[in-house]
Design a protein around this ligand. Sequence first.
Ligand code: ADP
Length: 476
Amino acid sequence: MQIFHLSAECFPEAKVGGLADVVGALPKYQNRSGHLAKVIIPGYANKFRNENEFETVYAAMLSLGSLKFYYQIIKEKKVNPDFELYLIEIPGLFDRPEIYAYQDDTERFTAFQIAFLDWLTNNKIQPDLIHCHDHHTGLVPFMVKYCPSYKKLAQAKTVITIHNAQYQGEFPFEKIKYLPDFPVAKSGFLEWNGLINPLASAIKCADLITTVSPTYLQEMRHAANGLESLLDFQKDKSIGILNGIDTEVWNPETDPLLEFNFTMKTLKSGRLKNKKQLCKAYNLEDSKPLFAFIGRLVGEKGADLLPQICSLAFQTHGKDINIFILGSGDKVVESSLTGMQNFYHGNYNVHIGYNEKLAHAVYGSADFLLMPSRVEPCGLNQMYALRYGTVPMVRRTGGLKDTVLDIGDGGFGICHDQANVSDVLHSINRAIGLFSDARKFDSVRKTAMKIDHSWEQVAIKYTTAYESLKVKKHEK
Ligand code: ADP
């Protein structure tokens, strides 16, 4: 089956969060199981673009309403052993360093989607299946179905994977002029609550809806930022498939971003060496339990709870614990977390920003990973933590509920139910108890490391879901 993954992110080329990790791994494992999976993302002015060589595959002019734009499809010159990666470069819209959060994101991602379909149509490229990821690519199922310009693609099945329903990309109807012509009677397929809503449109128009964990699929019917009833209505074409992790990238035995590699046998000594190094760099006490948080500092992740969690935990446990936070996001949260450095010197530190190497070092050295999330569609951090022998401390929500079993139930994590400070503090008490029982702690970490979340099995679930669509394969 020829599958085209369309996304705003792909690891390692352009990453903000878990979306990149999924798009950077799933196609690789689909190719290994005999499919032909390719990835298409925008070409950003980032490190990856600057440090690699590319060839132009196609170039053309297009319109976005009255705005004319030039786009080119470029491909890495070096052969990518995992999957073919194409970048769509649009000068004026994507030649910027960041992926999101520009005022003209509507124009940027609409142009990206139109350029993608234009490239396929003009070159008689006929994917069997177009797999769209999140709202940035959510207009594609509508356009494939209803825009006559793309009628050559009408046989392609379309899939939308919802990585996070909080973000929907909605914009006012006056921008409808950006889309190529389509029958006016079909405009309802774009609309939700009086706006053009790309995620809602994809939910209405795609042949299949997937989301990144079975529990999140259920939760979205009650909490999906306004899309609950739509998702409930479309439940018969929806499926929750828990994400995998790329166990080749995330392998403590070989991870090049880890200072000291380790196996299950050398777990204790290897992790201690990493911990000593991290503690030295961030002025922490390596003999004390280290609690870490990695992620976007936003309400969904429960990041606003962190300042109070930290100060109350230090009030109770004094210098018997360390806390380290890596992340960026809400400026108020960032500054209160940074400000606390003055109070808990020697046991607390924060690194504001995005740092892939540091994240690996933290997974390889922290004793516990805090995930007090309010919403967690799947969550990859807890799976990386498990693989590296860090005990995840999670709120039972979304994918966290599907992947972390509490030590009290014979499991390998510490779970709580409410997104509040006292539940997390209670979990910290339990974690300190576990840490002080070296034997049990060691056995819990080993159990964690044995858990298999590799993509091989997950890729098969996607194939089964695709096959339910009776994809019509083209002669290649
Ligand atoms: P999200 O909702 O942000 O996509 P996920 O758990 O699905 O959350 O994925 C988060 C991914 O981003 C993980 O690979 C995690 O290690 C990484 N990550 C998040 N914040 C940072 C950061 N500040 N520095 C390095 N890596 C980060």
